[in-house]
Design a protein around this ligand. Structure first.
Ligand SMILES: Nc1ncnc2c1ncn2[C@@H]1O[C@H](COP(=O)(O)OP(=O)(O)OP(=O)(O)O)[C@@H](O)[C@H]1O
Length: 323
C-alpha cells in the first residue's frame, strides 16, 4: 500500500501456515480497514501484529523492528472484539494499567486514565467495574485503555460488534474524531462497509489469508475485486478472466421472460430473497452469479418476485464498469 513502512510507518510481512500470508504497509496517521469474509484471516492478522499469534516474517513500526518482541514490549494498543477488560479492576484502573506497566507513576497514570475516560465520554463511570457497564460503555473504556499508552499502532478488531445500531453509530462518529487526532497507524477489522468508507484512509481486502486488494476506500468501493467487497458496498461484480465487470443493483432490469439484447449482459436465476431497501425492493438472485437487483415495490407485486421465482436479469452495457 502506498509504499508505506517509511519512518513512523508500518511494514509487516506475516505468515501463519494455512491461515495467513500477507504484506501490509501503512503511513503514520493511516487508518487501514481490513475487510473480508469469515475465516479470511483478519483476526489472525491483528493477533500476529500484536505479537499474540506466532507468525513467520517481520513487523517494523516507526523504524523499530518488533518481530522478536513480546506483546507487552511492542507499544501496540489493542481493542478486542470481546473487549477483555480486567473484571476485578475499575474502569479507571483498567485504563491506568497500561501507563503503569510502561513505568508511569501511580498518580500520573490515574490522571492520564481520567483524561482518556473523559475524552471517551465515560469519565463519570471511572469507579465502576466492567460488569457494571453497558456494552457501549465498556467499549469506550476499552478504547480509552488502548489509547492511554500512546501506542504507535492501534489495533481495533470489530470494535462495534454486539453494540446497538444507535450506540455503534454514535461511537463511530466519536472514534472518527479520535482517529483523526491520532498520529500512529490504526488497523481496523470490520464487517461494515460504513466503517471502511468513513473511518479508513486505506482498505485491505483479505480473502483466504491473502491480500486480494488494497487501495483507498473510494478505489476499492468503485472497483471491488472480490464478491465479498462487492456485497459490502452494494455492487454486483462479475469476474471474466483477468478483469472485472461491476454494476449497481439499480441498473439491473428484472423480467420473467428472456429479454432481448446482448447475451453477455443477461443472466437467468432464481430469486433467493426480497427485502425493502430504501424506496426499492432489493432482490438477491442466484444463478451462475450471485447478483442483486433493486426494483420498485410495484414491479415486485406485478411480476410476483418472491423467493423461488425464476427470473432474467439484464444490464445495459453502458451501466457496466470494466476494469
Ligand atoms: N487457533 C486457531 N488454530 C488454528 N486455526 C485457526 C485458529 N483460529 C483461527 N483459525 C483458522 O484460521 C483462519 C483465519 O481465521 P481468522 O479468525 O483470522 O479469520 P477472520 O477473518 O478473523 O474471521 P471472522 O470474520 O470469522 O472473525 C480460519 O481458517 C480459521 O479457521
Amino acid at each position: 500500500m502506498s509504499g508505506g513502512g517509511g519512518p513512523g510507518g508500518l511494514l509487516a510481512r506475516l505468515s501463519v501456515p494455512g491461515r495467513l500470508d500477507v504484506e501490509l504497509t501503512a503511513e503514520p496517521g493511516d487508518v487501514v480497514a481490513v475487510v473480508g469474509p469469515n475465516g479470511a484471516g483478519k483476526t489472525t492478522l491483528v493477533q500476529a501484529l500484536a505479537g499474540l499469534q506466532p507468525a513467520a516474517g517481520a513487523v517494523r513500526l516507526g523504524g523499530a523492528d518488533l518481530t522478536a518482541l513480546p506483546p507487552q514490549a511492542r507499544h501496540v494498543g489493542v481493542v478486542f472484539q470481546d473487549r477483555r477488560l480486567f473484571p476485578h479492576l475499575s474502569a479507571l484502573q483498567n485504563v491506568a494499567f497500561g501507563p503503569r506497566t510502561r513505568g508511569v507513576g501511580a498518580g500520573p497514570a490515574r490522571d492520564i486514565a481520567r483524561d482518556w475516560l473523559d475524552r471517551l465520554g465515560v469519565g463519570d463511570l471511572a469507579g465502576r467495574r466492567p460488569g457494571e457497564l453497558s456494552g457501549g460503555q465498556a467499549q469506550r473504556v476499552a478504547i480509552a485503555r488502548a489509547l492511554a499508552t500512546d501506542p504507535a499502532l492501534l489495533l481495533l478488531d470489530e470494535p462495534f460488534t454486539g453494540l446497538d445500531v444507535g450506540v455503534a453509530a454514535a461511537l463511530r462518529i466519536e472514534l472518527a474524531g479520535h482517529l483523526r487526532d491520532y498520529a500512529g497507524v490504526t488497523v481496523l477489522v470490520t464487517h461494515d462497509a460504513i466503517d471502511a468508507l468513513t473511518l479508513a484512509t486505506r482498505v485491505a481486502v483479505l480473502d483466504g489469508g491473502r491480500l486480494a486488494q488494497s487501495g483507498s476506500p473510494h478505489e476499492v468501493a468503485a472497483r471491488p475485486r472480490t464478491e465479498h467487497v462487492a456485497r459490502l458496498v452494494g455492487l454486483n461484480v462479475i469476474r471474466e478472466g483477468d478483469h472485472f465487470r461491476a454494476f449497481p443493483p439499480s441498473a439491473v432490469t428484472v423480467s420473467v421472460h428472456e429479454p432481448d439484447g446482448s447475451a453477455r449482459n443477461r443472466w437467468p436465476g432464481t430469486v433467493r430473497s426480497a427485502a425493502p431497501h430504501g424506496d426499492a425492493v432489493r432482490l438477491q438472485v442466484h444463478g451462475d452469479h450471485q447478483l442483486i437487483a433493486d426494483v420498485t415495490p410495484a414491479a415486485t407485486r406485478e411480476l410476483g418476485l418472491t423467493p423461488g421465482r425464476r427470473v432474467w436479469l439484464s444490464v445495459k452495457e453502458t451501466a457496466i464498469a470494466t476494469y
